[in-house]
Design a protein around this ligand. Structure first.
Ligand SMILES: Nc1ncnc2c1ncn2[C@@H]1O[C@H](COP(=O)(O)OP(=O)(O)OP(=O)(O)O)[C@@H](O)[C@H]1O
Length: 267
């Protein structure tokens, strides 16, 4: 397995007693697989993703192991983590505007990821930025490459976020509510792009969402979290067809009827 998390707990130290928000989660993911993590606000989904990429808040403490290709990410020195981040593990955030630099053209931001981590020339980085923009299906990339983030739509900004995350061909992509801020139609396009990347590039994708409908469409396996615990984990079709935990049943029941009907007829 590319990623193998065992007994991961995350807590916050504070003036009062320490508070644990993730309690002994285990999961694994291979290349070309999508794992959906679903659960309501405060379940600990984002903390889990931040622990994997080594970006937990300063007052957070994690225990357990996060084995990524044979290395325990929780025990790596910061410099090694810095290299892994971006190069081997990419992350896409909910609100692309806050992840992008408003004062830099989008082409420049994609190229910068390449220039920082590789010995590529400026001209090649520019050409590669264009290619990446094509990959995330930005029409007329040549004319959009010199646009600033505010000149793009929300969906286009999220595509740029994905292009940056992909620049260095990571093996693992973490997407935390990547479509929550977007219109439904744009949401579907972004999910299709992510789905294609998993298939075509063999990326392992962790897709985090509070929306079981989104996860059900995308994920091979699903992990249901509540209050920092795993409530249920298994192949998506099995979990949807015969949910074991009352919490999962409630999530399924809360889906719009049309979505539920679609899930039942899905392969
Ligand atoms: N810096 C912090 N200090 C203390 N507690 C925190 C801090 N950041 C987050 N938490 C707590 O950690 C818990 C898990 O938060 P997390 O953001 O992982 O949830 P989530 O499932 O991603 O929810 P959402 O969908 O709202 O982002 C929450 O109870 C939150 O209050």
């Amino acid at each position: 397995m590319m990623l193998d998390i065992r007994d991961l707990s995350i807590g916050f130290t504070g003036r009062n007693s320490p508070v644990e928000v993730v309690h002994g989660i285990s999961l694994s993911l291979g290349r070309g697989e999508t794992l959906g993590i679903v659960g309501e606000s405060g379940a600990g989904k984002s903390m889990l993703a931040l622990a994997i990429i080594g970006l937990l808040p300063a007052n957070a403490r994690a225990s357990g192991t996060i084995d990524f290709n044979g290395e325990n990410l929780l025990a790596l020195p910061e410099r090694r983590l810095d290299r892994l981040r971006g190069a081997e593990i990419g992350m896409i955030f909910q609100e692309p505007m806050t992840a992008l630099n408003p004062a830099m053209t989008v082409g420049h931001q994609i190229a910068e990821a390449l220039l920082l981590h590789t010995t590529i020339s400026r001209a090649d980085a520019h050409a590669r930025a264009l290619q990446l923009m094509d990959m995330v299906r930005i029409a007329r990339a040549e004319s959009r490459i010199s646009a600033y983030p505010h000149e793009l739509s929300g969906g286009e900004r999220q595509r740029i976020g994905i292009a940056i995350a992909l620049a260095l061909k990571p093996a693992l992509l973490l997407a935390d509510e990547p479509t929550t801020a977007l219109d439904v139609t744009v949401q579907a396009e972004i999910l299709d792009i992510l789905d294609d990347l998993v298939t075509e590039m063999g990326i392992g994708l962790i897709l985090i969402s509070h929306d079981l409908g989104v996860v059900a469409r995308m994920a091979d396996r699903v992990l249901v979290m509540q209050d920092g615990n795993t409530m249920e984990e298994g192949p998506t079709a099995v979990v949807l067809r015969s949910p074991q935990s009352p919490y999962t049943r409630r999530l399924i029941a809360a889906l719009p009827r049309r979505v539920r009907a679609g899930l039942e007829t899905a392969p």
